[in-house]
Design a protein around this ligand. Structure first.
Ligand SMILES: [Fe+2]
Length: 184
């Protein structure tokens, strides 16, 4: 229990300290605001603890990688993989697989949802190229058959919406219980 308390404190610190002054890609919100808005959308849509935890930490790979410059230069540092690997020491697959899936979910949605690409922000369109672009029909069919990937697609949609400037949001501790219940 004590261990989990300090683990949560450390994870929150990463989001709060590195994320608060860090812009989210080229978006108008910080990484901290983005993380909280995303988790809030998950909570409002009655997702479970694992999902809410995944939403809160889905971009932690960006923060531990320091890869903002890389995206600008067109290098893909695979923040979804580094983030899920980092979190796998604390959380089960129910959390990490969603994080891993949130980038392919974008490639999936670009293929199969009309108007999705157009709805993306400029920053998100730009990173799509770096991430491999739209899935083909075969890739999309293969992707969505895999476990948890329908959930990853929902996470992706919250992710895309969690970029509202000056939105009033709770403190990160608002999600404490959900994170605590998601530990391995
Ligand atoms: Fe995100």
């Amino acid at each position: 229990m004590m261990d989990n308390m300090s683990n949560i404190a450390n994870l929150f610190k990463i989001i709060e300290e590195i994320g608060s002054d860090k812009q989210y890609g080229n978006e108008k919100v910080s990484q901290l605001e983005h993380a909280i808005q995303c988790a809030l959308l998950a909570k409002k849509n009655n997702e479970n603890h694992f999902f809410i935890t995944a939403a809160l930490f889905h971009d932690i790979g960006h923060l531990i990688n320091n890869d903002k410059e890389a995206i600008k230069k067109g290098i893909d540092k695979k923040h979804e993989n580094s983030g899920s690997l980092f979190l796998s020491r604390f959380f089960p697959e129910d959390v990490t697989i969603l994080i891993k899936g949130h980038v392919p979910a974008k490639r999936y949605l670009v293929y199969c949802e009309k108007g999705y690409y157009e709805s993306l922000s400029i920053a998100s369109k730009r990173s799509l190229d770096v991430q491999g672009g739209s899935f083909s029909k075969e890739e999309a069919n293969e992707f969505i058959k895999q476990p948890f990937m329908q959930d990853a697609v929902r996470l992706r949609k919250y992710d895309d919406l969690a970029k509202i400037e000056n939105l009033e949001i709770p403190n990160i501790n608002y999600f404490y219980k959900h994170v605590e219940r998601s530990f391995k």
